[in-house]
Design a binder for this molecule. Structure first.
Ligand SMILES: NC(=O)c1ccc[n+]([C@@H]2O[C@H](COP(=O)([O-])OP(=O)(O)OC[C@H]3O[C@@H](n4cnc5c(N)ncnc54)[C@H](OP(=O)(O)O)[C@@H]3O)[C@@H](O)[C@H]2O)c1
Length: 189
């Protein structure tokens, strides 16, 4: 699969390096260097799956509108955490609305980057909450998560995206008390 990671920060580099073992991964950057990086737009144009790992403040209508995302699976891993670090901004960007022609999936946002490098725990694999209206795209993203050690959990349609952002805030709050080596576990019976 051809995966473009937009934003070569902590999350982008961690997911990119995890997937590069079995996929073609390209980084899209505002300032591409000579190390195989492309512009954000070039990377998105090349890819089957585009992963947004920029700050939420960068996810504007202008930025999303500048990217060739039509028909592509777009994974939104961003969180609009308020500037005063008091919670999730309820007016943060809605990527599903900004990219109506894309197959938008919310995922990889509700756990810390440390976990993305290794989501395996002695009692099982950490849950990866995934939301989308596109069932096929959701299944693809769940498979991408399970490849790197998560247990994919279908969290519903795209309208659940804010729930997943609030789950990220819960993870952040818990990590301040218990450290960043924590994950959510999903149990059913
Ligand atoms: N850190 C975590 O544990 C974690 C976990 C889950 C989700 N998230 C979410 O994932 C996103 C990235 O987090 P991060 O920790 O990886 O952040 P980060 O290390 O600051 O990386 C963000 C990257 O986005 C790009 N970027 C910065 N400003 C931009 C702008 N104005 N326009 C376009 N691109 C810009 C930069 O890459 P270039 O310089 O290459 O363009 C930067 O390296 C955030 O929305 C965060 O809420 C973070």
């Amino acid at each position: 699969m051809k995966i473009a990671i937009l934003g070569r920060g902590q999350v982008g580099q961690t997911l990119g390096s995890a997937w590069s073992a079995s996929h073609d991964v390209v980084f899209g950057s505002r300032t591409p260097n000579s190390d195989g990086e492309r512009s954000m737009s070039e990377a998105a144009s090349w890819a089957d799956v585009v992963v947004l790992t920029t700050p939420s403040s960068a996810v504007t209508a202008e930025f999303i509108g500048s990217l060739p995302l039509s028909g592509k699976i777009v994974v939104d891993a961003t969180n609009p955490i308020k500037a005063d670090f008091s919670g999730v901004d309820p007016d943060g960007p809605n990527v599903g609305a900004l990219a109506p022609d894309a197959r938008v999936v919310k995922a990889f946002n509700s756990i810390g980057v440390d976990l993305m490098a290794n989501p395996r725990f002695p009692d099982g694999n950490a849950a990866l909450l995934v939301a989308s209206d596109d069932e096929e795209a959701k299944a693809t993203v769940i498979a991408l998560g399970e490849e790197i050690g998560f247990e994919g959990v279908d969290a519903g349609g795209w309208s659940a995206f804010r729930n997943l952002e609030n789950a990220a805030w819960l993870w952040i709050s818990l990590s301040m008390k218990h450290g960043r080596g924590i994950g959510f576990k999903f149990m059913t019976r």
